[in-house]
Design a protein around this ligand. Structure first.
Ligand code: G1P
Length: 293
């Protein structure tokens, strides 16, 4: 199965940092955000990864391209650990495919740009400003891999959801699963989904948090999805249409997500991931405790 990562957005919520640097290239601890997402795909067994890009965001392509000059410099100066690290960014056998989105017209339209590459096949979507907490029990791998496994067994699309505070529902796609309650890491049928409802209209507090495994039947529905909220073509609206044709599941996140698409969320994520860094986490924690006094 192929995965789609839409990276064409301007990252306006992160300005001025994102004026010349793609938001996907902002680092969390010591790696760019996009690298976490690509590693999540690889860990779940996905090797064909499509980036829906914009021509001004060349830094993302460069990050994954082979850096011949840098590699020979590291080799010639005996910095073999660094050389191995640079080579791990895009391991052999992983294909990163670029597709360009000529006009920004919503997540749905970004996904639609990949239709000629994916064909009439199911696919996964990972939104690059959401990190799935991977530390507590290797969750990033477990979540996406389990969503893929559920899809393979049932052919039902899997949409990752997480409970959010009621006053935040208008920032997300919100799922209606009636009175059902699935455990973390399990799924339940979704009856409807609404993009960014008001607190009064929201059918629940189950927010869609940026991981989808979608059946190929979404394609024709996506192609005829009219602009929705914000005047943009919303993936959520195409999923709502899909639910009318076939069963779709909400997959309850095992762990928690980090929203790195806004400044506070990004800062929190940076600190949390840095505190867990293998080499520097313990020292950073001591320093932080001192600095907080
Ligand atoms: C997008 C989706 C929304 C989802 C959210 C998760 O919204 O449209 O359904 O809940 O990502 O981060 P955006 O954050 O791009 O406005």
């Amino acid at each position: 199965m192929k995965a789609v990562i839409p990276v064409a957005g301007f990252g306006t919520r992160m300005l001025p940092a994102t004026k010349a640097i793609p938001k996907e290239m902002l680092t969390v601890a010591d790696k760019p955000l996009i690298q976490y997402i690509v590693e999540e795909c690889i860990a779940a067994g996905i090797k064909d990864i499509i980036l829906v890009n914009h021509s001004f965001k060349t830094a993302i392509v460069n990050h994954f391209n082979t850096a011949f000059e840098l590699e020979s410099l590291l080799k010639n100066t005996g910095k073999l650990d660094l050389l191995a690290e640079v080579r791990r960014v895009c391991p052999p056998g992983v294909n990163l495919i670029q597709v360009y989105q000529d006009q920004a017209n919503g997540l749905g339209q970004a996904i639609l740009c990949t239709r000629p590459v994916i064909g009439n096949e199911p696919f996964a979507v990972l939104l690059p400003d959401v990190l799935i907490n991977e530390y507590a029990c290797h969750l990033a791998t477990d979540n996406l891999a389990k969503m893929l496994q559920c899809f393979q067994q049932t052919h039902r699309s899997q949409i990752m959801v997480e409970r959010v505070p009621c006053n935040e529902v208008s920032k997300y796609g919100i799922a209606d699963c009636g009175a059902q309650k699935a455990e973390a890491g399990y799924n339940m049928p979704m009856y409807n989904i609404v993009e960014k409802p008001s607190i009064h209209e929201a059918p629940s507090d189950l927010a869609v948090v940026g991981r989808y495994v979608l059946s190929a039947n979404i394609w024709p529905l996506l192609a005829k999805t009219a602009p929705g909220i914000g005047g943009e073509i919303q993936l959520t609206d195409a999923i709502a249409a899909l639910i009318k044709h076939e069963a779709v599941d909400a997959f309850v996140i095992n762990g928690y997500s980090h929203d790195c698409g806004n400044k506070l969320g990004y800062m929190k994520t940076f600190i949390e991931y840095s505190l867990r860094h293998e080499d520097y986490g313990a020292e950073l924690k001591r320093w932080l405790q001192q600095a907080m006094k």
